[in-house]
Write a protein that binds this ligand. Sequence first.
Ligand SMILES: NC(=O)CCC(=O)C(=O)O
Length: 271
Amino acid sequence: MGGVQVRATLLQIEVDPAETAADRRRRAAALVRAQAGADLVVLPELWPVGAFAADDFAKEAERAGDGPTAEAMSAAARDAGVWLHAGSVVERDPWPDGQLYNTSLLFAPDGALHTTYRKIHRFGFDRGEAVLMAGGSHIVTAALPHAVLGLATCYDLRFPELFRGLLDAGAGILVVPAGWPARRLAHWRVLVQARAIENQAYVLACGTAGTHAGVPQAGHSMVVDPWGTVLAEAGPGEEVLTATLDPDLVTSTRSDFPVLRDRVLGLPPVS
Ligand SMILES: NC(=O)CCC(=O)C(=O)O
């Protein structure tokens, strides 16, 4: 990254079933290339296929390391010279007969795959992702030059204990790709802000626009600072959202208003 400040860009891409995944990959790669000069670029959850397009998950499954999305995003990150959180893909592992996972991909500015995160909490209760995919079992952080990223995906937002795990692992910027439905926009806005306030961390929450599998998407990607202030918020349509982050604000917020010091852990239950 270039300096003390982190120039972040969220690509709130439209997921339209009339566009093929291959065409959307090309479009996303061009959008990433246009962000040269940013430090960190973020794409949403399952944007090649659509987070609710469960019937297409198996067909669009790919390898995390060298599938079509990884190859396109690696080249785009390298060409733009940015850290790229490329959102998530339907990963099949082992290839070609293994389980499906909802797996996020983080690329370094030289195009190398830096780390992956398999979504831990699967959405759908007894349907869709919850039955078609396996859940991840690891908390994942990534140390970038000026900040530690903590990775989570969409429905994970509802599980504050995961974010406490990311906090305890050193994260100061929480990155949350999503495919959040419009009908629960109110939950999204409150949860994104709450995760920032309670962990005194930046939250970069990048959703999709459009309607897929009949589910209108909320859009409203958000960048929230460690005090809970919304620095930037998208509308419902496709949009490029930018914000400048100051990693020192994480440290100063935590020392000036030291609530995290007052955590009380491991209380025994009353019997
Ligand atoms: N893709 C998702 O994880 C959707 C989550 C959601 O709709 C919700 O938590 O509400």
